[in-house]
Design a protein around this ligand. Sequence first.
Ligand SMILES: *Cc1c(COP(=O)(O)O)cnc(C)c1O
Length: 359
Amino acid sequence: MYPRLVYHAEALAENVQRVASRCSREGITLWGVTKGVCAQPEIARIMVRNGCRALMDSRMRNLRALKAQDLGVPLWLLRIPMSSEIPEIVEHADGAVISMAESVHLLHQACAQRRHPFEVMLMVDIGDLREGIWPDEVDALAEAFSACPRVRCIGVGANWGCYGGVLPTEENEKKLLSVGRLLEGRLGQPLTYFSGGNSSALSLLENGGLPSRINHLRVGEAILLGTDVTNMRSFPWLRQDTMEFQAEIVELRRKPSVPLGKRGADAFGNVPEFEDRGYRLRAIVALGRQDVRPEGLTPLDPRMTILGASSDHMILDVEDADPLKVGEVLSFRPDYGAMLQGATSAYVEKCVLEEPSEL
Ligand SMILES: *Cc1c(COP(=O)(O)O)cnc(C)c1O
């Protein structure tokens, strides 16, 4: 069935092992982030088997599915909680990241029946301007934790490159550490984790720029794609052949490269521009914006280029490629956005291949 998103188990397992061993050499606990693949069960298992000590996902629906798999590791909610989902979080998650005192109070109330405190990690905003307390709010949060003993803060975490594109640096990580130390002082007890960021923070590991007290990372992209979109690079020590989109050719025809007649906007309101390259062989594959973000796809055959896409059709220039036939399947490497949308689309078949040769 096409279109489909094919995951390569072996490449993914290798990436988890390589990230995990690099982390453990530096005394860093690795938690795997599954949201990019909607907590795909086999991939979650690969993460756990190869060195992730816990799994994190931004959706309770995904965490519930992970819980049913009985993976034997803690499952954490990675998005700061909606107040309306707090009862569900307490029932199904082992912990959550938070940034608001209100969440601490609500979690405390919801935990009245629990025997163990509910664990949270306090997010600190070091400038990326997505979630996190401002560093001068430590006292207010410490007060909330003191008033809510059924909630236990086990660490602080910072995030990079998600909204502001702010890069993790040694200096930024030190700011997180100082906020964490301040919180330890106010709470009168040590924190277990200083969580230095996501995949982008692995770049700091490579050049020794990660302060030694940073002892925790939350990694998705580097494992799933071998890339670091924030630093705009691929990790040379990780594999990028972890997954591919596959779509079937439904039309193959030589056509002019510039549309004929008077032109308005395309189906999405954009006014496209065209370069006249004469008649070119074009392939239409049955894949579109309902399945994927086409801008995030790269054809595996470098002689092909994606010309554009509407909801259900993607058009490629295949003039310079080997001869093709209708019904043939073309493959594409996704970036993070394309992976996320493909994993989310109900129209995209997902399949996990154990061996590369199964293709
Ligand atoms: C998504 C997310 C991560 C993982 O990011 P990657 O770039 O996929 O490694 C880590 N922390 C938070 C808070 C996130 O939202």
